[in-house]
Design a protein around this ligand. Structure first.
Ligand SMILES: Cc1ncc(COP(=O)(O)O)c(C=O)c1O
Length: 415
């Protein structure tokens, strides 16, 4: 009989029972005005335009023309995928180490996700790994800035320009991170953000799309929020496209507006703490923290991660991670499930069975998924340990304490 598996948990529920001596993200730090804005929503009898206020404030802070509030990044990227209106069977090149939310919209639009491998030694794809995946069906590149470390966007944009491709970003883990002085989310045609309670700007289940493209913004609002409906005088609504009703709620907008007021200071603090922790961890033989490239001038670190050299230790990476958790680092564990071409088991099955859009046509060739299609990412994740609970509450003494726990585990297991 098939093993009975539990449903995955999200938000605060996913962190229940993760205990340790280091800070945990929950309960979240809330901006001082969150309650005031929530009260305005309620007292206005839901007539105030809190969503518009948040969208305007976020767009201003990002320095972009448009922000469109959504109920999360998964819906944000889904409506972007719909708004791009590519053909079924068209290919979108995407990061292999990410969350399901990155690819959900691509799959629903019957596009084909093509996972570029990671650049050796990093957790992100690169222009070189993308180039190997280009085909005459490639239409766009979706870059994920994993853990808050930014992809090297200039070479990616140059490659895309050469081939006439759209570049867009999944900024879920890198809010207000900076690449060569430019904010993540402004480095392509558009970007999706998450303000989920567990994310850096933890608000509630929420997110947004940002873009400077007027036409795309209008299309996103039409397809993504107006359910693809036009108002016809004397008739009512006519749905000219199969649209979505992905609007951010007024109450989430109120919390987001309050959180926006404190986020820049929090991100600057996260950057300092992540750099300190990186320096301390780098001093431990056999342990390598995720490298922070020079072009990342603000590391909006959502999740801290390190790799271990298995040759130097008597325990497996999973045992090492468990000992970190037992030693007081809440949420320390392996991140192998982030390998989406392997974790989305239905992709391999659909491609093998040639289920639409893998049928020929609209697909132009055969596809394969699974861990072996991105061997660098696969091998990287075999020795990669992350702690899900790095947060704005870290102070220098917590970084010292975390590094001491890692050092103790390393020394205890050293060959
Ligand atoms: C990289 C990335 N993309 C997309 C998502 C989905 O975001 P949301 O939960 O807001 O839909 C997540 C959430 O974990 C993520 O980390």
């Amino acid at each position: 009989m098939a093993e009975k598996l539990e449903r995955a948990r999200y938000g605060a529920a996913a962190f229940a029972g993760m205990e340790g001596t280091l800070p945990s993200p929950y309960p979240r730090t809330m901006g001082p005005n969150c309650l005031k804005y929530l009260q305005e929503v309620v007292e206005s009898g839901l007539t105030c335009n809190m969503l518009g206020r948040f969208e305007e404030a976020f767009a201003r802070e990002m320095g972009v023309k448009h922000c469109i509030g959504t109920p999360g990044c998964t819906p944000a990227l889904a409506i972007l995928a719909a708004a791009f209106a590519f053909e079924p069977g068209d290919e979108i090149i995407v990061s292999p180490i990410t969350d399901y939310g990155t690819v959900q919209g691509l799959i629903r639009e019957n596009y084909i996700p093509v996972f570029a491998d990671t650049e050796p030694g990093t957790i992100n794809l690169s222009a070189a790994t993308i180039e190997r995946c280009l085909s005459d069906r490639t239409r766009a590149i979706l870059c994920v800035h994993k853990t808050g470390l930014l992809c090297d966007m200039d070479p990616i944009n140059a490659l895309a320009e050469k081939h006439g491709l759209i570049v867009y970003e999944d900024v879920c883990q890198a809010v207000f991170g900076e690449y060569k002085g430019r904010l993540a989310g402004t480095l392509g045609k558009a970007a999706g953000f998450s303000f989920d309670s567990e994310k850096t700007m933890g608000s509630d289940v929420g997110g947004c799309v940002v873009t400077n493209d007027d036409e795309l913004a209008e299309r996103i609002r039409f397809i993504g929020q107006s359910r693809g409906a036009v108002a016809v005088p004397g008739f009512g609504r006519k749905h000219t496209v199969a649209g979505y009703a992905y609007r951010m709620t007024q109450s989430t907008a109120a919390i987001c507006l309050g959180q926006l007021e404190i986020i820049r200071d929090q991100v600057a603090h996260r950057d300092r703490m992540a750099r300190l922790l990186t320096k301390l961890i780098a001093e431990i033989p056999g342990v390598t923290p995720l490298p922070i490239p020079d072009y990342v001038n603000v590391y909006s670190c959502w999740m801290f991660g390190l790799s271990i050299d298995p040759a130097q230790f008597r325990c497996t990476p999973a045992e090492f991670a468990q000992q970190l958790a037992d030693g007081g680092i809440p949420g320390a564990g392996m991140g192998e499930y982030y390998l989406i071409p392997a974790a989305c088991t239905f992709l391999e099955e659909n491609a093998r069975k040639k289920v639409y859009p893998y049928s020929l046509p609209p697909a132009s060739r055969e596809y394969r998924y699974g861990a072996d299609t991105c061997p660098t990412a696969r091998d990287f994740l075999k020795t990669f340990i992350r702690w899900a609970t790095f947060c704005e509450k870290y102070q220098p003494e917590h970084c010292e304490q975390a590094a001491a726990i890692v050092r103790a585990v390393a020394d205890r297991n050293r060959r």
